[in-house]
Design a protein around this ligand. Structure first.
Ligand code: SF4
Length: 203
């Protein structure tokens, strides 16, 4: 499925690819199913036309969504071009819909540039899964691919701090029960001007 429902949001599943392999990720264990919805994109990722037409179809349903959330079993910024295009399309065609990105915060490293100005232009909020303030623990929790290992943790923090400075509503999240010091994550989030959410693990 490209689109799926969760809470009061309509979620967009752009890709199954990730720059990390989080220890708490359930996508393999759950065979890419989430609340009865199949989020497996093993053969193809949705095209721009499919994303746009799918959004129109879902928004035509009687149910009203509060948010459109870029979040699936993969890192949305792996498909930054499509994400930005769909966000602009949603902004134009779905007035009142809040637009949020859920991310691990490595979008700058993935794109090779500062993407915050582009996000600021078309999103209302970013939610960054940081999980720990300990760089070593960040590596063991997120298990980044080789090219993200050295700079990943600092890049995620830089992403958060520049998002706040750009005036983008920014939330830092930490998964509960991981053994990480979430009080330290919350302290960091508040200090840099972000919100904080301790979220329960998917189970
Ligand atoms: S970023 Fe999300 S989908 Fe990717 S490995 Fe981590 S938890 Fe799983």
């Amino acid at each position: 499925m490209i689109y799926y429902e969760h809470g009061d949001g309509l979620y967009v599943n752009l890709t199954n690819r990730c720059p990390v392999s989080c220890g708490f990720c359930v996508k393999q264990d759950w065979d890419y199913a989430f609340e009865g919805q199949d989020l497996g994109l093993k053969k193809t990722e949705p095209s721009l036309d499919e994303l746009r037409s799918g959004l129109k179809e879902w928004m035509a349903k009687p149910r009203k969504y509060k948010q459109l959330v870029f979040c699936g079993f993969g890192e949305p910024t792996m498909r930054l071009t499509e994400m930005l295009d769909l966000a602009a399309f949603a902004r134009k065609n779905c007035p009142g819909l809040e637009l949020r990105l859920n991310t691990v915060g490595l979008g700058d490293l993935i794109a090779g540039r500062d993407i915050i100005p582009e996000l600021k232009g078309c999103l209302d909020m970013v939610s960054v899964s940081l999980n720990t303030m300990n760089p070593e623990q960040w590596l063991t929790m997120h298990r980044p691919a080789g090219k993200y290992r050295e700079k990943g943790f600092e890049a995620a923090k830089g992403f958060i701090e520049r998002a706040v400075k750009a005036g983008l509503r920014t939330r830092v999240t930490g998964v509960q029960g991981s053994g990480a010091d979430l009080a330290a994550v919350e302290e960091y989030a508040r200090r840099v001007g972000a919100e904080f959410l301790a979220r329960p693990p998917l189970a």
